[in-house]
Design a protein around this ligand. Structure first.
Ligand code: NIG
Ligand code: FE
Length: 424
């Protein structure tokens, strides 16, 4: 079988990833007037455009992309989404603007619980189709790897159907889909919390852990939802079943989820709006990747997390990873990692390069992938987004538009001009 050659040439800038040399202090490594070549989906070289196209002439390429004047970045990695759901909660959005809080809406049977009703009423085919539509949008906004959580089923059968939908939608989709079981997302209406934790541990988890779509286990550790002790039970049981722990921690209150994540050496701790310096230190020392979700703070009208607090923690001062994600869900309805980067810069004062690393390499670390996902170097997958503008700074600088022009997955064009291509 002949090889598939991919050449993306004449880019004003190619973003390689974080500079790994000690003295660079985590700064972004970029090449100007550059190109990349890939064979059978793997990058073989990144460098000066003329040199690359001399070695790999674009006339010989099966896929040739002219990135003239534009910027080439690793495809975005979105490490925290609740992208498989049904129904619409735009009326709650309006209620929140009138002053209702997220917790008030949830306590009154709305929020997550309303989405649960819609999901239970939907067929698995509908759920898979809904997720596919979300993945299409994510892909056309440059996301090539995405995590997707269950958690709108809250019973054995519906949680399993959500995993089926994740498997079905992910199998043939260009986006690499990483599944997380989150039966402990909310307590079903009328059920006692302890009883429900027992159901998650003894009934849901054994089924979820046997499902090919589940890699992680997550829990909403929050006042009025699951306590630290209940969260510990769920995550420890998940780990016994082979699911790696993640946690929603310190989103509305500082309950202790970050310290729990450190104690369990979870893969990531997410949200962290109310985490303090001690929490940041504990996470960094335990190697837990903090995942910040600026879209959530933005849509809730809350203060943003402080990325510096996490970046500066641990032995690796100033180099600890800080990942970004969309948190795509019916309460925070955005599919765009470019927008998350814009919020991280404009709202959280992150440097554009740091935010981009947060949305690519550090996001991959939050999914336990340290194989080069989220970077473009020899040997990594040719998952690429070509973004408008002469440098990566244009991603947050030109906010509110889809900055992504062309997307390649494994060296093949899968989206162009904001549209998914090559699919029925
Ligand atoms: O990450 N905090 C809990 N879960 C989601 C919200 C889910 C929903 O409201 O439907 C979050 O923000
Ligand atoms: Fe979430």
């Amino acid at each position: 079988m002949s090889e598939h050659l991919t050449v993306v040439y004449d880019a004003a800038e190619v973003v390689v990833g974080p500079n790994e040399s000690e003295s660079a202090n985590g700064a972004l490594e970029t090449r100007e007037d550059a190109a990349i070549a890939a064979i059978d989906g793997d990058v073989v070289t990144v460098g000066d455009s003329d040199a690359v196209t001399r070695e790999y002439p674009r006339e010989n390429a099966d896929t040739a992309v002219d990135a003239g004047g534009q910027t080439v970045i690793p495809g975005f990695v979105d490490p925290h989404t609740h992208a498989v759901f049904a129904g619409d909660r735009s009326d709650e959005f309006a209620a929140k603007l009138r002053g209702k809080t997220y917790q008030e809406i949830l306590a009154a049977g709305g929020g997550i619980l309303r989405t649960v009703e819609a999901v239970r009423d939907a067929s698995t085919e509908e759920l898979a189709a809904n997720l596919e539509a979300q993945l299409d949008l994510m892909l056309s906004h440059g996301t090539t790897t995405a995590e997707v959580k269950t958690g709108y089923g809250l019973d054995v059968d519906t949680e399993r159907r959500l995993l089926d939908a994740i498997e079905r939608a992910g199998t043939n989709h260009p986006v690499d889909v990483v599944g997380t079981f989150m039966g402990a997302h909310a307590v079903p209406d009328g059920q006692d919390t302890e009883d429900y934790v027992n159901e998650v541990v003894y009934e849901q988890l054994p089924v979820a852990a046997n499902h090919p779509a589940a890699e992680f286990c997550d829990v909403f550790c929050e006042e009025g939802v699951f306590s630290v002790e209940q969260s510990r039970r769920v995550l420890e049981a998940g780990r016994e079943h082979g699911l790696k722990p993640k946690i929603h921690a310190e989103e509305f209150t500082r309950l202790g989820g970050a310290q729990l994540a450190a104690d369990l050496e979870a893969v990531s701790a997410d949200h962290l709006l109310h985490a303090d310096e001690d929490d940041a230190e504990a996470l960094a020392e335990a190697g837990v990747v903090p995942v910040l979700l600026p879209g959530t703070a933005f849509s809730l009208g809350e203060d943003y997390a402080d990325p510096e607090q996490f970046r500066a923690a641990g032995d690796d001062r100033s180099r600890s990873p800080v990942a970004l994600a969309t948190d795509l869900n019916p309460n925070c309805y955005s599919q765009s990692m470019g927008f998350a980067v814009a919020l991280a810069c404009n709202g959280m004062r992150m440097a554009p390069g740091d935010a981009l690393v947060g949305a690519t390499r550090d996001a991959a670390l939050a999914l336990d992938r340290d194989d080069g996902t989220g970077t473009l170097r020899e040997g990594t997958a040719a998952d690429v987004a070509v973004v408008d503008g002469p440098s990566h700074v244009h991603i947050p600088y030109n906010f509110g538009v889809n900055c992504v022009d062309t997307v390649l997955k494994d060296g093949v064009v899968v989206a162009d001009d904001g549209r998914v291509v090559g699919r029925e």
